[in-house]
Design a protein around this ligand. Structure first.
Ligand code: NAP
Ligand code: HSE
Length: 430
């Protein structure tokens, strides 16, 4: 087979990048594969829209059948987004024995396991490295690079929009809304940016990473998700004064074959490698039993970085076709889905309270923590913004989620505690 023919679904930010990478790196790709990759059809919504890459306009269609039922097409490259309709399109394509490359984490988080099984039944590949952390080859790293190891923890910044917002709020003191708008203008944010700021985009990526790392079949409902909407400049400044930076962090860990997957605003020591990841950049830290700590850093979004990952996957599909080894992307889960209970989830926590500034208040608060066997690493008390009030900010030592929830409930019942202002997980200090 001297030419592999592809049908490209989508010619937006990523699709345009895919065309560019295929055109600009044509010689290199041909040299590495020993064959040509040729685009024969491109699915779009609007046939009349001006495109800012050089294409033959006869490739364009708004009819998906011209791709999925096209006998000439070997591989479908899906970079159009969407879940239900796109799932149907890809199922149809797999049943037509077409291989798939996708950048669509929304789809893979919901239908990924089903599509991977269907691909195997049809002896087809489905590769999706571009869907997690854009240009960072993290799927390949987990599947191949660290294949021999037992991965115990994956922790990362996997959403560029929220990292951009947190960086600008922390380093430049800019307000949340202004920075979100900037991220939208720069093209990192999803069409509906609530999936970025409420943590869903990161949750989908962490689910895919956890399933790959731990060889389990977890669902999106198994991921605990909190976003960044409610983080205030006071939270950021208090965290700073204690030596921490707040980031939206995804954490997946496995102990005794039980897992926890969470996405939440998390305090990291200011010199932690993930705390130093700025703007829209992503980074994924992987801890393996044998390898120890590794970290992968790079652009998590954008036209060319994401397209690079798409085209690398496409090249792997082509290699597999040529070697006759397609259809092995789905691997049976090795472990049963088992989740940690609240008494098995351990971490440190930052807690901020608005309290009555009166004799005995502090003692009542410490009594709650003593009852729940919570001890502190750091405590700070400052005058509150109203007379007769104070703010207490503390960092606990490692406690279980159960201890945390019981303590917060008991604190809320104390008359001296006006309100629990905020609480965040703290990571990076073993
Ligand atoms: P985009 O700029 O909105 O482009 C979407 C493209 O798909 C457009 O060309 C659009 O056609 C076409 N399209 C959408 N729905 C269609 C439908 N129902 N039928 C036919 N054509 C349709 O999106 P994007 O940013 O490139 O993202 C594409 C995918 O990559 C998404 O799954 C996204 O999550 C993922 N991704 C994006 C990035 C990034 O940095 N942007 C990074 C990683 C992963 P028209 O051009 O005619 O409107
Ligand atoms: N909205 C996503 C982000 C795009 O900000 O990371 C890449 O998946």
């Amino acid at each position: 087979m001297n030419t592999i023919k592809i049908g490209l679904c989508g010619l937006g930010t990523v699709g345009t990048g895919v065309v560019r990478v295929l055109q600009d790196h044509q010689e290199r790709i041909r040299h590495k594969l020993g064959c040509e990759i040729e685009i024969v059809k491109i699915l779009v919504n609007d046939l009349a829209k001006p495109r800012d890459v050089i294409i033959d306009r006869k490739w364009l269609t708004d009819n998906p059948d011209e791709l999925v039922n096209n006998q000439d097409i070997d591989v479908i490259v899906e970079v159009m987004g969407g879940i239900e309709q796109t799932n149907q399109l890809l199922e149809q394509a797999l049943n037509q024995k077409k291989h798939i490359v996708t950048a669509n984490k929304d789809l893979m988080a919901v239908y990924g396991q089903k599509l991977l099984r269907l691909a195997k039944e049809n002896h087809c590949d489905i590769l999706y490295d571009a869907s997690i952390a854009g240009g960072i080859p993290i799927v390949r790293t987990l599947v191949d690079g660290l294949a021999s190891d037992h991965i115990q923890k994956v922790m990362g910044i996997v959403n560029g929009t929220t990292n951009y917002i947190m960086t600008k709020m922390t380093d430049e003191g800019l307000p949340y809304k202004e920075v979100l708008q900037e991220a939208q203008e720069l093209g990192f944010a999803e069409a509906d940016p609530s999936s970025d700021v409420d943590g869903l985009d990161a949750a989908r990526k962490m689910l895919l990473l956890a399933n790959l790392a731990f060889k389990m079949e977890l669902n999106l409902d198994d991921v605990d998700v909190k976003g960044i909407r409610h983080i205030t400049s006071d939270d950021i400044n208090f965290a700073k004064s204690l030596g921490y930076t707040i980031k939206l962090i995804g954490i997946a860990s496995m102990d005794d074959h039980k897992t926890e997957v969470a996405v939440e605003p998390t305090l990291l020591p200011q010199d932690h490698p993930l705390a130093l990841v700025k703007n829209e950049y992503n980074a994924v830290y992987v801890h393996g039993e044998a390898v120890g700590e590794t970290m992968f850093y790079g652009p998590g979004a954008g036209s060319l970085p994401t397209a690079t990952a798409v085209v690398s996957d496409l090249m792997e599909v082509v290699r597999n076709i040529r070697l006759g080894i397609s259809g092995n992307t789905y691997i049976d889960p090795q472990y049963e889905r088992q989740l940690k209970t609240d008494s098995e989830k351990y971490s440190r926590h930052f807690i901020r309270l608005d309290v009555e500034d009166q004799a005995g208040a502090f003692q009542e608060i410490t009594n709650v923590f003593t009852t729940n066997q919570v001890s502190f690493a750091k405590i700070l008390q400052l005058p509150g913004d109203k007379d007769g009030r104070a703010e207490i900010v503390m960092i606990t030592h490692k406690i279980s989620q159960e201890q945390l929830l019981k303590s917060l409930q008991a604190l809320g019942e104390l008359a001296v505690v006006e309100r629990l202002i905020s609480h965040y997980r703290v990571e990076g200090e073993e």
